[in-house]
Write a protein that binds this ligand. Structure first.
Ligand SMILES: Nc1ncnc2c1ncn2[C@@H]1O[C@H](COP(=O)(O)OP(=O)(O)OP(=O)(O)O)[C@@H](O)[C@H]1O
Ligand SMILES: Cc1ncc(COP(=O)(O)O)c(N)n1
Length: 269
């Protein structure tokens, strides 16, 4: 039986982030992809030109249709835009008893546009994080959720502890926004800290990296993999996708979803 993965997120007309990145990732990792669209963005590699939130009722109808017939093995949340949406979506996830929930707490796009209203951070903290199997904030998102400034690895560990206490089983604080040639994603399971290290790829083509990483974790969970293995495959997938990124558009180009499988084929031939 094929694993079924759901993304609850915003649409990116440029195809690099959001729903589009998630479905590409699901396809590449060989799970059946489904979507519930929370907002439509007019977006390209240069930035976000407009945001149109989908009426709450229509978002809930999408989730109901999926529950009535398809039922996901794993799901991820991305752009949820407002406090109302976060609370309603969290309520549905809970009442449908959907498990394997990956929360990517999307707040601000690369160019600076807000993808989450400022007053919605509290709902994320109180309603969504308690349902998370894995939460994958970048450093600014972890700072907003925990209200502590993050400058050192000790600060990151402290933020991870807070997010775990709020109810996330596994916390991954991503290091894309850090400095230096080495890049560390910090994992915390409530007991141990694990540092997932890689080298920093020098490229401006990093549009959709957060979405893609979380979607790859979701795909692996939908196939029944353990959370730690899913996070590690997620890292391999996004690293390959950034390393072989695509020169498309004149801003922050998208990642390359073919890279991961191409490398596997090469490694086995
Ligand atoms: N330049 C890079 N080289 C290698 N890995 C990277 C690079 N940038 C990001 N990553 C990896 O990509 C994943 C996503 O991290 P990042 O911190 O960029 O997420 P994000 O901030 O949510 O994404 P975005 O900035 O696109 O919104 C992480 O595993 C991170 O380590
Ligand atoms: C619709 C939508 N969702 C999310 C992001 C953030 O993207 P990233 O994966 O780069 O954090 C985005 N730019 N647009």
């Amino acid at each position: 039986m094929v694993g079924k993965a759901l993304t609850i997120a915003g649409s990116d007309s440029g195809g690099g982030a959001g729903i589009q990145a998630d479905l590409k990732t699901f396809q590449e990792l060989k799970v059946y992809g489904m979507s519930a669209i929370t907002a439509i963005t007019a977006q390209n590699t240069l930035g976000v030109q407009a945001v149109y939130p989908i009426p709450l009722d229509m978002v809930l109808k999408q989730l109901l249709s999926i529950e009535a017939d398809l039922k996901p093995d794993a799901l991820k949340t991305g752009m949820l835009f407002s406090s109302e949406l976060i609370e309603a979506v969290s309520g549905q996830i809970k009442s449908f008893q959907w498990g394997n929930v990956v929360v990517d707490p999307v707040m601000i796009a690369k160019g600076g546009s807000r993808l989450l209203q400022e007053d919605a951070v509290r709902s994320m903290r109180e309603s969504l994080i308690p349902l998370a199997t894995v939460i994958t904030p970048n450093i600014p998102e972890a700072e907003a959720l925990t209200e502590i400034p993050i400058r050192s690895m000790k600060d990151r560990q402290q933020a991870a502890r807070i997010l775990h206490k709020l109810g996330a089983d596994f916390v991954v604080i991503k290091g894309g926004h850090g400095n230096g040639n080495e890049l560390i994603d910090l994992i915390y399971d409530g007991d141990r800290f694990l540092e997932m290290k890689s080298f920093r790829i020098a490229t401006k083509n990093t549009h959709g990296t957060g979405c893609t990483f979380a979607a790859a974790i979701t795909a692996q969970l939908a196939k029944g993999e353990s959370v730690l293995d899913a996070i590690q495959i997620g890292k391999q997938y996004i690293h390959a996708a950034i390393e072989d990124s695509l020169q498309i558009g004149s801003g922050h180009g998208p990642t390359n979803h073919w890279a991961f499988q191409h490398r596997r084929v090469r490694a086995h031939s």
